[in-house]
Design a protein around this ligand. Structure first.
Ligand SMILES: [Zn+2]
Length: 365
């Protein structure tokens, strides 16, 4: 998944911000800083090779992103005592993507209705109230299940999931609210994809122009479980919401209560939500460039496969290993539920069992 994170105040027509690139299981995630349409890949040039091409039509920037991907696993038998030595044969794959490549959100625009307090003391009070909101924020297993099931019942989202579930490239839907203070009226913006890419972009926003986005739903054609990028890059930075005087306490509460990142993966629907406000904010706040967590994720998943005698070629095994890895890393700060596509009241919460250390699915309510 590609994720576009505009700098604050940026318009889609003149993108300036960060671009994140995610690779599943190989443990590589890169971040490019885009300033004034210049792509500056400062951190991962050896992995991601960014080339700027001249724009065409109304597109602001056309660029090519290249990733080194694993094609085949080759194992050489080193003898009975040592076991096989394995390595991956890699290949460079390049996609052309256009920035911006986002849909026009219908029904957005208009003036900012809440300019926020101008008095310094009032601003401070607001920040403190929001900080308290984050520190006190918890979502228990049952609430996570109920939230997933509310999403599962949304007719437009069901339709959207049906449309993307069998695609062999990634598609994404935006879930946004017409009322920034609650989520009683949700709007699903139909799927879009990068035309020449296997990966999609997620651009979180919280403003009248670009919409009040409570999350995304995207498909994983490979059938993989949610990755660290799916958890964090689909959401707004909570700390920035605390410090943004235009955002009220009830808006922040609405966001944390109703944020979901949904991953549609070969027959299953994963719904990620925030479990612990301050924990979640801490991870978001520590930055989006998370290659270390992605390599930890990758290692946890492959160790789980080995330890439990699973087969990464088998979908259920691969998903379970990914579920374990994501829970091991972030199980204290996020909830993940899973149900089959089409099911509306059968979401189960994923846990790591204390004694078996294996992934368990529970339905406590
Ligand atoms: Zn994803």
């Amino acid at each position: 998944m590609y994720t576009m994170l505009p700098d604050s105040g940026q318009q889609n027509s003149n993108f300036k911000g960060k671009l994140l690139v995610e690779k599943y299981f190989e443990g590589k995630v890169a971040q490019m800083k885009i300033d004034d349409k210049i792509i500056n890949d400062r951190k991962k040039r050896e992995v991601y090779n960014i080339k700027k091409h001249s724009g065409s039509g109304i597109k602001a920037v056309r660029q090519q992103i290249c990733e080194v991907v694993n094609i085949t696993k080759i194992c050489i038998d080193a003898g009975a005592d040592q076991g096989p030595t394995c390595y991956y044969e890699t290949e460079e794959l390049c996609y052309t993507i256009d920035l911006p490549d986002l849909p026009q959100l219908p029904g957005t625009g208009g003036p900012v209705t809440n300019p926020g307090p101008t008095d310094e003391q009032e601003q401070e009070n607001l920040r403190e109230a929001k900080d308290l909101e984050v520190h006190n924020y918890r979502k228990n297993d049952c609430d996570a299940i109920l939230l997933a099931q509310r999403r599962a019942k949304l007719t437009d989202l069901k339709t959207a999931i049906e449309r993307i579930k069998d695609k062999n490239i990634e598609y994404i839907n935006v879930i946004r609210t017409s009322n920034k203070n609650n989520s009683s009226s949700l709007i699903i913006d139909y799927e879009y994809s990068n035309q020449n890419s296997k990966r999609v972009t997620a651009t979180p926003h919280w403003n009248a122009t670009n919409g009040y986005i409570l999350g995304f739903s995207h498909n994983h054609p490979e059938g993989s479980a949610p990755s660290p990028t799916d958890v964090f890059n689909t959401s707004l930075n909570i700390l920035e919401m605390v410090h943004n005087n235009n955002i009220t306490r009830s808006e922040l509460a609405n966001y944390m209560n109703n944020f979901t990142s949904i991953v549609v993966s070969k027959g299953s629907v994963y719904t990620i939500s925030i479990k612990n406000g301050v924990g979640y904010m801490g991870v978001k706040d520590s930055g989006f460039y998370r290659p270390i967590d992605h390599s930890k994720y990758s290692k946890l998943a492959s160790d789980y496969i080995t330890k439990n005698n699973l087969d990464e070629e088998i979908l259920a095994d691969r998903q379970e290993a990914g579920e374990y890895a994501i829970l091991k890393l972030y199980g204290d700060i996020i909830n993940i539920t899973k149900h089959n596509i089409g099911e509306e009241s059968n979401s189960q919460i994923l846990k790591i069992d204390n004694s078996t250390k294996k992934v368990e699915k529970e339905k406590p309510c």
